[in-house]
Design a protein around this ligand. Structure first.
Ligand code: FMN
Length: 190
């Protein structure tokens, strides 16, 4: 028997995404975002509060990077979701992480995160779901340490984290259990 839990944003897993931008003085800001992800083959969608410093930066620079938070940096990543650069002048410095400017967009790349998409803002504004930004992916950078022999990202090496919206916790990702577009093929022959 199923229990009706009401209207809640309950899906799992949610991603743990780090949105990095520059402010008007070229200072790095990073924010934690669970409500975002891929929305087409070369685009990502971000759903965020317009009051965040990140939102102001996105309007000003038209660019951001989006990184996957790995297990090794989950404390720093959580901090990026607690503190706001609106109130904390040295938010990024406090994390002890490092950033360099992207060669493709006017946004910082946080060096410690293993997988980063470089994005240009192509749509920004209020939508039925709130303040929303669509970014075009113009580059993807991955640490060699997370690549397999063929040069593809190996999720088991990435050590990505998932956000649990039910209990507001972070989880590690599990093992590979099957090949997509393949493991279900048995049912096709019935
Ligand atoms: C796990 C987690 C997920 C979050 N997801 C979002 C999100 O999807 N959208 C959003 O607007 N804020 C989200 N936040 C809150 C922002 O990260 C937070 O308000 C942050 O301080 C904004 O930083 P900024 O003002 O420096 O941009 C999340 C925070 C945490 C801890």
């Amino acid at each position: 028997m199923k229990k009706d839990l009401g209207v809640k944003p309950y899906l799992y897993p949610m991603p743990v995404l780090m949105i990095a931008t520059y402010d008007e003085d070229g200072k790095v800001d990073v924010m934690n975002m669970a409500w975002g992800g891929i929305c087409s083959s070369n685009m990502v969608a971000l759903n965020l509060s317009e009051g965040h410093k990140t939102s102001e930066n996105l309007k000003n620079t038209g660019a951001f990077t989006i990184s996957v938070a790995d297990v090794a940096h989950i404390k720093e990543s959580d901090f990026f979701g607690i503190a706001s650069a609106n109130k904390m002048n040295d938010k990024f410095e406090r994390s002890g992480m490092h950033a360099v400017k992207s060669e493709k967009v006017n946004a910082p790349i946080v060096e410690e995160y293993p997988l980063t998409l470089e994005c240009k803002v192509v749509e920004i504004g209020n939508s039925v779901s709130g303040f929303r930004v669509v970014g075009e992916i113009v580059g993807v950078l991955a640490d060699e340490s997370v690549l397999d022999e063929s040069g593809n990202v190996d999720p088991t090496k990435l050590n990505a984290t998932a956000y649990d919206t039910f209990g507001r916790s972070y989880y590690t990702m599990g093992d590979k259990i099957g090949q997509a577009w393949n493991i279900g093929m048995d049912f096709m022959d019935k």
